[in-house]
Design a protein around this ligand. Sequence first.
Ligand SMILES: Cc1ncc(COP(=O)(O)O)c(C=O)c1O
Length: 330
Amino acid sequence: MISDESCLRFRLPSYWNKENGSRNELKPMDSEQLREYGHRMVDFIADYYKSIENLPVLSQVQPGYLHNLLPDSAPDHPETLDQVLDDVKAKIMPGVTHWQSPSFFAYYPSNSSVASFLGDGGGVIQGSASEAVLVVLIAARDNVLRSVGKKALEKLVVYSSDQTHSALQKACQIAGIHPGNCRVLRTDSSTNYALSPELLQEAVSRDLEAGLIPFFLCANVGTTSSTAVDPLAALGKIAKSNEMWVHVDAAYAGSACICPEYRQYIDGVETADSFNMNAHKWFLTNFDCSGFLIDSVNLVLIYAPTRPQSFLPRSENLNPKSLSTNPLLR
Ligand SMILES: Cc1ncc(COP(=O)(O)O)c(C=O)c1O
């Protein structure tokens, strides 16, 4: 049963001041306050960046420390910006590992530029390359199962080279692909660790003969360990003649292809159904920013099972290789 008081609180832009029993109007921030607080926030970030070199790089607390510092429930009255910033300094900061520190050498380096702070307002395009490959693998899986029947799941086969990022393997596990149907094709130095079209053709033919269903190829432009670039055009031709989905994982090196002199590395990309590159690697953008491009026809495949028709983008209005941002895919 909802009390009169709580109904009132939901309906009216007001809140009860428990201390003195009065009701205060909830006022949205106006543009002058936004300006004032915005300046304070920028000062806060600039001061942090100025002193970051002196902070311990690794967080200095034990997991779970924050739990003891938090109140049992969220406050039901507003706090000033000063109080919020004090909380950030006293409670949050000790738990932070400072990726932007010049002494941070773990994992990928602190790869966002100071200029990019101004453009980073939070939010993501696609969370990660791993998410991108999972999204397309599931779309491709459901698409093929629609025509061959759900019971054929155990017959679906995925192809990639042995240089491919483990994100694909994880996606296969999540998508329910039979572990014995993940073909990890060998590469060697004779092709600079690129996937050989002949090997792919042989594997696909063998699987077809065995009554299996080849349905997904993950090709690479710049693998993490060897920077191998797969021959997209030749691989795409084989995949397309077998009605397979081609995803290009260019998470690591794809940014380089913005330079005309490196564009050749994505020759044949037009045969791909989907393409991903991580702007948070060489584009000096903060985590997470995976640029994910997908053929408009396939975009509809991702939507179709869950979204009402009215939410579908009109495919004729989409550039077939247009950048698809997260709101379209979530
Ligand atoms: C080639 C390649 N593919 C996939 C990934 C996974 O990227 P993410 O961490 O965005 O999922 C990486 C990350 O290092 C990568 O280098």
